[in-house]
Unconditional design. Structure first.
Length: 191
């Protein structure tokens, strides 16, 4: 099935979720992430700010700050589609409205290091297959990041609702799978 058809269907389904449904499912997913050894051991993590009923990982931001982890958040470059920079965010007040209506690190308040190599990255997706490949919004932002050399032990965790696990979509040569998919019902590890 065509990625654009799948993307449209999944986004429609996600848009119909109620606030309590998002809160319940997101809570299950966040709870599973917090139980991962990789989360507990991570010193540097990369998270995202949720939009349009994405899995609400904001409790992980607070947990990262409370446990002393270095927290990176993405910031889309203006006039450079598909390219993200990553700012070190120390508090929610360091976030401002940015591209696509997404909260992102304030360029004047946050450090933007040249090299960003987190131990763990939480990756949003419109859909995932059971082999770790994802469908995003189509800009290739996360694929570009995941294609870069990463540190040993690095783990990319895709987070989504159980209905967002789909089979049978095409993979492009530049697509990069995640190592783990965490839904509100299961963990799907890649070997």
């Amino acid at each position: 099935m065509d990625k654009n058809v799948i993307r449209k269907r999944l986004l429609e389904h996600r848009s119909l979720m109620s606030g309590p449904e998002v809160d319940r499912a997101s809570g299950e997913i966040v709870g599973s992430v917090l139980e991962l050894d990789q989360w507990r051991k991570a010193q540097e993590v990369l998270l995202y700010w949720p939009i349009r009923n994405e899995v609400d990982v904001r409790p992980l931001l607070r947990e990262a700050w409370d446990s002393g982890k270095k927290l990176f958040m993405p910031c889309c470059r203006r006039n450079e589609p598909g390219i993200m920079d990553f700012g070190v965010v120390r508090a929610e007040k360091d976030m401002v409205g940015g591209s696509f209506g997404i909260m992102e690190p304030c360029r004047s308040r946050c450090e933007f290091p040249d090299a960003v190599n987190p131990d763990l990255i939480i990756v949003p997706g419109v859909g995932f297959d059971r082999t770790g490949y994802r469908i995003g919004f189509g800009g290739g932002y996360y694929d570009r990041f995941l294609a870069r050399p990463q540190k040993d032990g690095f783990l990319a965790v895709g987070v989504c609702y159980s209905f967002q696990i789909v089979d049978g979509f095409p993979h492009e040569p530049w697509d990069r799978p995640v190592g783990l998919i965490c839904t509100d019902r299961e963990l799907i590890w890649q070997n």
